[in-house]
Structure formats: C-alpha cells, structure tokens
Design a protein around this ligand. Structure first.
Ligand SMILES: [Zn+2]
Ligand SMILES: [Zn+2]
Length: 414
C-alpha cells in the first residue's frame, strides 16, 4: 500500500469513526476488558488500554483512527496492568472460524503463499502449509481473498458449531452471539457463568469435542457367541451427542454416496457394490436399528472407515488456539477490519443461514474513487458485482476501492 492509498483508507476509517451515525455496541463489562489497537501508520499494537464507557472508546477511535480494534475475551481486576498483574476474573468462550482453516476448491484460484525465508522464497497456490516443503520455514506471506464460496464454507462450519453448542452443550441463543469477522470468517461468543472460569485445558476439551476427537465407537461388549454378530459387537452408535450426529450423518452420506465417495472413504472391494446396492437396508436397518450385521460383506472395519469420513464432514473446523487462549484479544464488534474495510457485525442466530456479509458488513456507503487494480477476481459488494480486473484503472464505489487497497490488489490512481 503506497502513501496516498494509505492516506485515503485512513481518511475513510477516520470519517467512519467520527460519524455520529456510527454505533459501536459495548461489550458486556467493558471496564473489565483489555482494549488493544493496531495503529495505521506506525503498524504497532497499542495494548493494555481500558475504557469505562463506550462513548470514551468511540471518541478515542475518532481521534486515533486505528486500523484494527480488539478487546479481551477475559475480564480483569486491572485490565490496564501488565499481563501477570491484571488479575484474571474469567473469560468468555470464543470460537473463530476462518476460511484459512477450511480447504476449499477455490483457494487454489485466489490464495497464494510465499515462504519468508529470504534464501528460499518458494511460493504455492491454495491453503498455506504448516511448514515450507522446500526449507521447513514456518512463516509465510499470504495473499488471500474474502470470496463468496469461502465465506459460504465458513458459514457451514459455523452452523455445525452452533448446532453442537445448542443441542450437545445446552447453550441457549441468549448465551450465544454470532458475528461476521470482517474478513474471511465468523466468530461465536458464549457469555455465561458456566464457562467463564474454565481454564485452557477445559477449553481444549471443548475444542476436541467440536472436532470429534477421541470418540469411542464400540459397544464395549467383549463376548459374543455368534460370529455373525461380530459387526454389532465391534461397532455401535447410541443416540446422544456425537453418536447421534454420526448416525444422521452416516444416513445422509449413504443416501448420496457414489462409488467415488466410498472409495475416497477407504471402502474397498465387494463392500462398495454391497453398500451401493443396499442403501435403504443400510439406512433403515443397520444405522437406524443398530443391526450392523444386516448386509453381508460389510463389517465393523468398513463401518469404522465410513464413520471416520462422516466425522470429518460433521465436525466444525474451528481455530483451536483462539478458543484455548484465555487472554485472547478478539476484534471488537462494530469496528472495521484493516484487511478489508468491512465491519465486524453481529446478527441474530436465526439469521445465520441468510446472513450476507457482502451486504451487511459494508461500512462505506458513499463516494467513488479511481484506482489502479493490479489483479482482482470478480467480487460482489453492496449489491454490485465488480471485476475481474487485471492491470486496469477503474472508478469504484468507496467500499470496493477500500477492499481492494486493503487486500493489496489496488492503489489510488493519481
Ligand atoms: Zn521455504
Ligand atoms: Zn474462495
């Protein structure tokens, strides 16, 4: 981002935070939270701030114009003190679902990563690897895009998470809040006394549950006289929590399964044709009634493979670190994301399926500006479709221009 582009984005953010019409919803117990900011020009993080009232914070935002605003999930006696002297009182349970952690087919088209090891510099397309395949470096420069498909996948993961929190953990929609992150995903916050004082280890248990780690899938019956009952002895699913999710998931999977799907799940040989030829029997007798021995040639080993595959489909791809960190700073609701100029916005749980981030998170509704776009895929924003652009000067509405500049795809044209 060159200087004139940065000044332009800064002015947009400044107008937004100074406007009387901008409302920043106050987090519960604001005065017990640590507030942090990333400054536009200096690119440094200001931390350990505290604000008694939301209007003080909004005034600060108007005067200092940070690119990103964060608040702690935790509550402290002294939020402004050093980390070890803050006096931790508890923390909300938060979940972050980001397209970066979900393998989508489109990431190969719009995402790119470059190894930061100066002697290597290897680049690739798609999801960023844990370590560089050439030199083993763990840090990368990444170029991603908040695409429609990626955000749809992130939403699906959020739907699965919320369903688990509701049905398996028993949280009500009063205790849960859901937000669009302002970039490539969603946040779910649980604010409830039952979770407030959970430590990292307890939070990790919750993460493991969401991923479906460590499930027991056998009936536990060790003796059986009949060899024909082997599958039912070695494999069973009951009717609660994950087992219920696996049952329903398995029924859906079998109903839709193709030869290809079964092979990808690791099913081999005659079992493939047996499953494809006995779908109704499997759905109704094996899965529904637990009579797993009902189809000849399909044994416990095959059921376990199918369930592994279904577990992956039914689990929710949350970011482990965010949930287990009890001191985490998370983007503040109603503030702008420095990588997009979109707002983090909360919305009712019931609207999750229909929520459209490219409509409801748009912060800049007026004006237009001429930009030189180096490279951008086709995208949708505020009811319009733009691009694709390649080395082109175009006049765009402010919101679209800010998005491209923040994503490093465009500069203000002189
Ligand atoms: Zn490398
Ligand atoms: Zn995508």
């Amino acid at each position: 981002m060159n200087e004139s582009s940065r000044d332009f984005v800064y002015d947009c953010f400044s107008d937004f935070y100074s406007a009387l019409s901008t409302v920043i919803p106050s987090p519960v117990l604001l005065g017990q939270r640590e507030i942090g900011f990333l400054l536009f020009k200096e690119r440094i993080m200001l931390r350990h701030k505290v604000f008694a009232r939301i209007k003080d914070l909004k005034m600060f935002l108007g005067e200092n114009v940070p690119s990103d605003v964060y608040r702690s999930c935790a509550y402290y006696e002294n939020p402004a003190a050093d980390m070890d002297k803050k006096g931790w009182l508890g923390a909300d349970l938060v979940f972050d679902i980001d397209a970066d952690h979900i393998p989508t087919s489109c990431s190969k088209i719009h995402d790119e990563w470059t190894c930061t090891n100066a002697e290597c510099g290897f680049t690739g397309k798609g999801v960023t690897p844990e370590t560089c395949p050439i030199c083993g470096e763990r840090k990368f420069d990444t170029k991603t895009w908040p695409c429609d498909l990626c955000l749809e996948s992130a939403k699906n993961e959020t739907v699965k998470l919320v369903d688990m929190l509701e049905k398996d953990f028993g949280f009500s929609d009063k205790e849960m809040s859901v937000f669009f992150s302002g970039h490539r995903g969603y946040h779910v916050h649980v604010e409830d006394d039952a979770v407030k004082t959970l430590d990292s280890i307890a939070r990790k248990e919750i993460v493991d549950y969401v991923f479906g780690l460590g499930l027991t899938l056998s009936s536990g019956k060790t003796k059986s006289r009949s060899k024909r009952r082997r599958a039912s002895r070695d494999f069973s699913l009951h009717d609660f929590g994950w087992n219920k999710r696996l049952k329903l998931g398995l029924q859906n999977f079998v109903r839709e399964a193709t030869k290809e799907d079964l092979k990808n799940a690791g099913v081999k040989g005659k079992s493939v044709t047996e499953i494809l030829g006995n779908k109704e029997l499997i759905i109704n007798r094996c899965v529904e009634e637990g009579r797993w021995d009902s189809v000849k040639g399909v044994g416990a080993g095959t059921w376990k493979k199918l369930v592994e595959c279904v577990k992956d489909l039914e689990s929710s791809k949350i970011d482990t670190v965010v949930t287990t960190d009890t001191h985490r700073l998370i983007r503040m609701n109603g503030t702008l994301h420095g990588k997009t100029g979109l707002k983090k916005v909360g919305f009712p749980l019931g609207n999750l399926e229909s929520f459209d981030p490219f409509e409801e998170a748009v912060a800049f509704k007026e004006g237009a500006v001429k930009v030189f776009v180096s490279d951008a895929p086709e995208f949708r924003l505020g009811g319009n479709v733009f691009g694709p652009f390649k080395r082109k000067t175009v006049e765009l509405p402010t919101a679209a221009a800010v998005l491209l500049i923040c994503k490093g795809r465009a500069e203000v044209a002189n």
